[in-house]
Design a protein. Structure first.
Length: 118
């Protein structure tokens, strides 16, 4: 029996925002619940602005998308979940589902950091 590895999410504080770097190649049905639970723990009581750095994520399926949307809902009123560094495949999922109109999406983590005051 293989033990389930912990979802690799690295929280950092940058420019008054909570940054969460997803150090996983995929967010799919196999890890979606774990992703959502870890994000709930990390973001609880944190700053109003949370930036999710997805630059290492090469694949996101509908379960992964659902988990990201669930995290947005968990954050509550007055808090923002922004996305940064979407790979072309992941960006396409957000575009095709029109979720790119729901989330603020930054081209890169550096671009999101530059817009910290925005």
């Amino acid at each position: 029996m293989q033990l389930e590895a912990t979802m690799q999410l690295r929280p950092e504080t940058r420019g008054g925002a909570l940054w969460v770097i997803v150090e996983e190649p995929r967010i799919d049905a196999a890890v979606a619940i774990q992703f959502k639970d870890r994000m709930r723990e990390i973001a609880a009581g944190g700053p109003d602005r949370v930036v999710l750095d997805l630059s290492q994520v090469g694949f996101l399926d509908s379960s992964g998308l659902g988990a990201v949307v669930a995290v947005l809902k968990l954050m509550g009123e007055g808090r923002r979940l922004e996305l940064a560094g979407l790979t072309p495949t992941v960006e396409k999922v957000f575009r095709l589902t029109r979720m790119d109109s729901v989330f603020t999406i930054h081209e890169s983590p550096e671009a999101a950091l530059g817009e910290a005051g925005a």
